[in-house]
Design a protein. Structure first.
Length: 368
């Protein structure tokens, strides 16, 4: 018998102190079908578990008696200043988690000084986000052809988004067994202002393979990335790169930054852990080339570890959705606040006054 989800909270109870607390609470506010969609990964969910476990395998090595009175979490990327390195990852269909959807997440991000990356599959029109807030990027799922994709990019430019993130790791949805067992489906009346929920496939001839002659025919290639770089003044960032050779190709094709990610374990199960991929890629790109990290962040100390291993900033995904499901914008803001405060305290206890001081020597890495 399916349970009735609780209504979102209108204030934050004292028992919500950690991201783990929010995870427990969020389940109460979602249907079991939506909960399985949020929590699930591809196939046996090995990568979902690895993304969390990888942080346990890294130990912190603190320094003492340093002067931290001028400490700051501020950083700069693409000529833009950010108050702290905790960004909101692009997650679509947010209306299924809370009626105010991405509008609530964007409000919380703005209040807390977080950079939000708005998904192509947003339920909230990109034009509804505050134009004069510079901390917003647009994430593009390739629309099957160049002109449709470019139309979305030009809209993002017109509404003062400051970077373009192109997701490249999911030309095909992962095989998500948990989702299928829960008979997951989006509501029929759910609105996606910028894209159909399912991008139309080319017509197949007899004998054509539905994956290789269908879906892969409309997936982007390096030539498409190079073309898009030339069409926009926004810095282009690729999300989902995990191979060092692809990182080098990205630079050759004019890409300005990478988000190292295995899509939260939702696409290719047993894909390399993003924390290992980050270290491999850091070795082959210029020292100042922006690498953002995505996957398994649940503590401020995880943020610190990712930065120590080469990340310029980190993305959180499921954690802020736990906050959204629990209490809308208030919950998202509280999740960011928890992680930000944990990160600040970790910095202080580690003897690092600035983000730039967080270096590989701060950690002992048992997963190399």
């Amino acid at each position: 018998m399916s349970r009735e989800p609780m209504a979102p909270l209108t204030q934050i109870p004292a028992y919500l102190q950690t991201i783990a607390d929010y995870e427990v609470e969020a389940e109460k506010h979602l249907s079991s079908m939506v909960w399985n969609y949020l929590q699930g990964g591809s196939m046996d969910e090995v990568s979902v578990r690895d993304n969390l476990q990888q942080f346990q395998d890294i130990q912190l090595l603190p320094r003492m008696l340093k002067d931290l009175t001028q400490g700051s979490t501020e950083l700069e990327m693409f000529g833009q200043k950010f108050p702290h390195p905790i960004f909101l990852a692009p997650i679509g269909h947010q209306q299924q988690f809370h009626p105010e959807a991405e509008a609530a997440s964007a409000l919380a991000a703005e209040v807390m000084g977080s950079n939000i990356i708005l998904s192509t599959f947003t339920n909230t029109d990109m034009r509804a986000l505050k134009q004069d807030n510079p901390r917003k990027w647009f994430q593009l799922y390739w629309q099957g052809d160049r002109e449709k994709s470019l139309a979305l990019v030009k809209m993002a430019e017109a509404h003062h988004y400051t970077a373009l993130v192109i997701t490249v790791d999911s030309p095909h949805t992962g095989i998500r067994d948990r989702e299928r067992r829960a008979f997951f489906h989006l509501p029929k009346d759910m609105q996606h202002p910028h894209t159909p929920a399912h991008i139309p496939l080319p017509e197949l001839k007899e004998g054509d393979h539905p994956v290789f002659h269908g879906l892969m025919k409309i997936a982007p290639t390096w030539e498409d990335i190079a073309w898009m770089v030339k069409q926009t003044y926004l810095p282009v960032i690729l999300k989902g790169i995990v191979h060092p050779q692809d990182a080098q190709l990205a630079i050759q094709h004019g890409v300005k930054g990478l988000i190292i990610s295995n899509h939260g374990g939702r696409v290719l199960d047993t894909c390399i852990s993003p924390l290992i991929a980050l270290q491999l890629i850091k070795k082959v790109v210029p020292a100042d080339f922006p690498l953002l990290y995505d996957g398994g962040i649940r503590r401020g100390s995880d943020v610190f570890k990712a930065i120590a291993l080469g990340a310029s900033a980190v993305l959180i995904g499921r954690p802020y959705i736990y906050g959204l499901a629990t209490a809308g914008a208030l919950g998202v803001a509280h999740v960011i606040k928890i992680l930000k405060e944990e990160f600040e305290i970790t910095m202080a206890l580690m003897g690092t006054a600035t983000v730039a001081e967080i270096q590989p020597g701060c950690v002992l890495n048992r997963i190399e």
